[in-house]
Design a protein around this ligand. Structure first.
Ligand code: SAH
Length: 391
C-alpha cells in the first residue's frame, strides 16, 4: 500500500476527525497508488493518521475512511451502511413519513456516498472514484435492509467527471415507479427522480417545513424559492388564509400545483424570479404574516462570500418590508461557505437598515438525517434563521 505523507501543520484537522487531504497538503507520496486505491496516510513524522482512498484527479487527493488502524474491508463498508440505516429509524418512525436521507457521505463515514429513500425507492449516488468499486456492496446492503421496490443509481452529478468517472443513471434493481409519490409529515408529494433537482427532493428541510406550521394559522404566507412547495404545503395544511409559492423553474411550479392538488390544498403558484417578485410585492404595498426564503447556494466558494451576503440581504430587506409587526421571517442559506454568524449578521443588518427591531425565534439547521460530523464542519451546511418583526 502506498503511503501519503501530510505536510507539517496539516495533520491536526485529520487527527480531529476531518476526512479530507487536499493535494497541496501533501509533502510526498511513497509508492505509486492507482486512482481509487487505498493508501496509508501519515503525518510529517510518519505517525499513522488513517487509511483513505486516493485520487490524483481530485483536489481532495485522499478521503480518509478510518482514523485508526481498522482495516478497510467490504465488511467495514457494509457495517457503515447498516449503522447509517439504523440511525434513520427515528426519522422513518415519524407519523406520515416514508422518506429520508439514508446515507450522508462523509458524515456517515462513507465519502461521497449519498443515498435517499423516497417511499418505495432508494436513490444512490456515488461521487468519489474510490467508493465506486463498493457500489455493489453498498447497493446490495441497501436492498437487503430496506427492501425497496427499486434501487436507482443517480450517478449523473458533474462532480463525477472531476473525479474521472462517467455520468449515468440506471435502475440497479427493480423498476422506478412513475409517478412516484412520497409522504412527508402526512403530506403527499410527487417526486421527480429522473429530472428533479438534487436526488429528487429537498429532504434536508423536512423538519423546518413542519416547524413552519405553528406560525401559519389564519396567516398570509409567502414561500419564495419554493421548489416542490415543501413550506407552502405545510403552511396550507396548518390553516393559512392564503399561500403563495414562487419559483423560477417551470418544472418546480408544475410540481407545486400537482402537490397542492394531491393534498386538496389551495396554493397560488407563481413562476418568476423571486428577487423580482419580492420587489414588485413591496412596490405594490403587499403584506404577509409569514415569509420563507430558501434560495439556492449563492456561493459555492469562499471568495464569493461578499456577493452572497448582498444577495441574502436584498431578499431579507424585501421580505421584512412585506412583514408587519408580529410577522415571521424564516430565511435560509444552504451554502457551507456562509458561516452561521455571518448569515445571522447579514439578516440582522437588513433589519437595522430598515430601523426595525427583530427577535430571533430560533436558529435551526438541516434535518437530523443529514447529521453533522464533529471535526468536519462542511457537514453543517444549512442555516435556518427564524425571526419575528417587533415593529
Ligand atoms: N424551499 C424548497 C427548496 C428550494 S431549492 C424546499 O423546501 O424543498 C431552491 C429553489 O430555488 C429551486 O427550486 C430553484 O428552482 C429556485 N430558484 C433558483 N433561483 C431562483 C430565483 N432567482 N427565483 C426564484 N426561484 C429560484
Amino acid at each position: 500500500m502506498a503511503t501519503v505523507h501530510v505536510l507539517n501543520g496539516r495533520q491536526k484537522k485529520l487527527v480531529h476527525g476531518h476526512p479530507w487531504v487536499y493535494g497541496n497538503e501533501i509533502e510526498r507520496v511513497e509508492g505509486t497508488p492507482a486512482d481509487g486505491d487505498l493508501v496509508e496516510t501519515v503525518d510529517f513524522r510518519g505517525r499513522f493518521l488513517g487509511y483513505g482512498l486516493y485520487n490524483s484527479h481530485s483536489l481532495l487527493r485522499v478521503r480518509l475512511l478510518t482514523h485508526d488502524r481498522t482495516e478497510v474491508t467490504e465488511e467495514l463498508i457494509r457495517g457503515r451502511v447498516r449503522s447509517a440505516l439504523r440511525a434513520r429509524q427515528v426519522v422513518l418512525e415519524r407519523p406520515g413519513t416514508d422518506s429520508c436521507r439514508l446515507i450522508y457521505g462523509e458524515a456517515d463515514r462513507l465519502p461521497g456516498v449519498i443515498c435517499d429513500r423516497f417511499g418505495p425507492v432508494v436513490v444512490l449516488q456515488i461521487l468519489t472514484l474510490g467508493m465506486e468499486k463498493y457500489t455493489g456492496i453498498i447497493a446490495d446492503t441497501l436492498i437487503e435492509c430496506v427492501q425497496p421496490e427499486c434501487l436507482y443509481l443517480a450517478n449523473d452529478d458533474r462532480i463525477r467527471e472531476k473525479e474521472g468517472m462517467d455520468c449515468y443513471t440506471r435502475e440497479y434493481f427493480g423498476t422506478l415507479p412513475e409517478p412516484l409519490r412520497i409522504e412527508e409529515n402526512g403530506i403527499h408529494m410527487q417526486v421527480d427522480i429522473r429530472g428533479g433537482q438534487k436526488t429528487g427532493s429537498f429532504l434536508d428541510q423536512k423538519a423546518n417545513h413542519l416547524y413552519l406550521r405553528q406560525f401559519c394559522r389564519g396567516a398570509r404566507v409567502l414561500d419564495c424559492f419554493s421548489y416542490a412547495g415543501g413550506f407552502a404545503l405545510n403552511a396550507a395544511v396548518a390553516g393559512a388564509s392564503e399561500v403563495t409559492a414562487v419559483d423560477i423553474s417551470e418544472a418546480a411550479v408544475d410540481l407545486i400545483r400537482t402537490n397542492a392538488e394531491l393534498n386538496g390544498l389551495r396554493i397560488n403558484a407563481v413562476c418568476q424570479n423571486a428577487f423580482d417578485y419580492l420587489r414588485e410585492q413591496v412596490r405594490q404595498g403587499a403584506g404577509y404574516d409569514v415569509v420563507v426564503l430558501d434560495p439556492p447556494a449563492f456561493t459555492k466558494a469562499h471568495a464569493n462570500l461578499e456577493n452572497a451576503c448582498r444577495g441574502y440581504k436584498e431578499i431579507a430587506l424585501s421580505a421584512m418590508r412585506l412583514l408587519p409587526a408580529g410577522g415571521v421571517l424564516a430565511t435560509h442559506s444552504c451554502s457551507y461557505h456562509m458561516p452561521e454568524e455571518t448569515f445571522l449578521n447579514t439578516v440582522f443588518s437588513a433589519a437595522q437598515d430598515l430601523h426595525r427591531q427583530v427577535q430571533l425565534i430560533d436558529l435551526r439547521r438541516q434535518d437530523v438525517d443529514h447529521p453533522v460530523l464533529a471535526g468536519y464542519p462542511e457537514s453543517h451546511y444549512l442555516k435556518s434563521v427564524w425571526l419575528r418583526m417587533l415593529d
